[in-house]
Write a protein that binds this ligand. Structure first.
Ligand SMILES: Cc1cc2nc3c(=O)[nH]c(=O)nc-3n(C[C@H](O)[C@H](O)[C@H](O)COP(=O)(O)OP(=O)(O)OC[C@H]3O[C@@H](n4cnc5c(N)ncnc54)[C@H](O)[C@@H]3O)c2cc1C
Length: 198
């Protein structure tokens, strides 16, 4: 067995959703980050590896039940007084809009095809506070923060381009033939990305 030393400012053990989000935030703050996971690849590791379908959150779109304050009240009610709001507010309630932004920036679109939100009820909630979304690929998107994508299927390219457009995160798209062509012409990633369509 060989070993090599990797240096970083931050070491994150476990690349589930929590580890990936911590890594993204640490990197955004300027730290070098290493994430280690016991699974073979963090692209599909952890509970979210097979995807998510629901996000319990307020959106603050005008309904009285849809505000951070109403969300906090519900949170306390279902926990029957066990929630310490001094901890829950800064960690689990206040950051929700930033989490929406992070997901959308990563290409995980919370909207439905009409540009709105599909919302459903949850236990004893004062309104439909659960956003239903296509989180099938949440893990590879958060784990890799992909800078480009490729598919040999034109329909797939169109669908991905449309979803990324809705998420306001258009990414360069390639057909595998273009990647093959670039590799035999010895084109670097920077040149390839510069000429890519989105
Ligand atoms: C089937 C299913 C559906 C779900 N659907 C939803 C949903 O729709 N909406 C929702 O909000 N939540 C949902 N959840 C819950 C959500 O997926 C989890 O709460 C969340 O993914 C937990 O993330 P985590 O990072 O805390 O932990 P984990 O996902 O458990 O991540 C821990 C990571 O640490 C790694 N690890 C563990 N031990 C070690 C070690 N010793 N060394 C190195 N690495 C290690 C593991 O491989 C793993 O990648 C669902 C869960 C499941 C199982």
């Amino acid at each position: 067995m060989s070993a090599h030393l990797v240096e970083s400012d931050v070491l994150i053990v476990g690349g589930g959703l929590a580890g990936c989000v911590a890594a993204i935030r640490a990197a955004e703050a300027g730290a070098t980050v290493v994430v280690v996971d016991k699974a073979r690849s963090i692209r599909r590791s952890g509970d979210a590896g097979r995807g998510l379908a629901f996000l319990t959150t307020y959106l603050d779109l005008g309904e009285p039940w849809d505000t951070p304050e109403a969300f906090a009240e519900w949170y306390c009610d279902i926990a029957e007084g066990l929630v310490d709001m001094e901890v829950a507010w800064p960690l689990a309630i206040d950051p929700l809009p930033a989490i929406h932004d992070m997901l959308e920036e990563s290409g995980v679109d919370l909207h439905n095809a009409d540009g709105g939100y599909d919302r459903v009820d949850r236990m004893w909630a004062p309104g439909p506070i659960v956003v239903k979304f296509d989180g099938q690929h949440i893990k590879p998107r958060l784990a890799t923060r992909a800078e480009a994508y490729a598919s040999a299927n034109p329909g797939c390219l169109v669908q991905v381009a449309a979803a990324l457009g809705r998420a306001k995160r258009p990414l360069p798209a390639f057909h595998p033939v273009e990647l093959f062509d670039a590799s035999i012409r010895n084109l670097g990633a920077t040149q390839l990305l510069r000429g890519a369509r989105r």
